[in-house]
Design a protein around this ligand. Structure first.
Ligand code: AMP
Length: 126
């Protein structure tokens, strides 16, 4: 489906500053911003600044500094939202859609952090 990275995808354009975003957190390697169509009271997208298509691409090909930074940012966002179960927060869900079966719309790797309401079961059957 996404054999090569498309540098015209909307998140690449956000990273280049061509499209505005509501930034939640930014580091050298990672950008987190509010989803334009939130599916929960808190819906944050976390993306690496590097050109990776999907989770497997990032996990196999990103450098260790990028990976550590990316994961740390997700933890810091959960802390800022106050949703960590470890501190009595109400919890959250992290999702990464990949490819056709995963129904990935934007071909730049991203995690969705969803929180702020009961999120139901992980998947519906079938
Ligand atoms: P996915 O289906 O996992 O690729 O999710 C793509 C997400 O990007 C969707 O939840 C969209 O609402 C979100 N999205 C698309 N365009 C923008 C944008 N310009 N700013 C913020 N979020 C966006």
């Amino acid at each position: 489906m996404f054999a090569t990275y498309d540098d015209q995808n909307i998140f690449a354009r956000i990273l280049r500053g061509e499209i505005p975003n509501t930034t939640v957190m930014e580091t050298d390697h990672t950008l987190a911003f509010r989803d334009i169509n939130p599916l929960a009271p808190e819906h944050v997208l976390v993306i690496p600044k590097g050109a990776y298509i999907s989770h497997d691409d990032f996990a196999l090909n990103a450098g260790e500094a990028e990976i550590v930074d990316f994961i740390r940012v997700t933890g810091r966002i959960c802390a800022e939202l106050g949703v960590q179960p470890s501190t009595q927060g109400a919890g959250y869900r992290i999702i990464s859609n990949a490819g056709t079966d995963g129904v990935q719309d934007v071909p730049h790797y991203h995690l969705h952090i969803l929180a702020g309401r009961p999120l139901g079961r992980m998947l519906s059957a079938g």
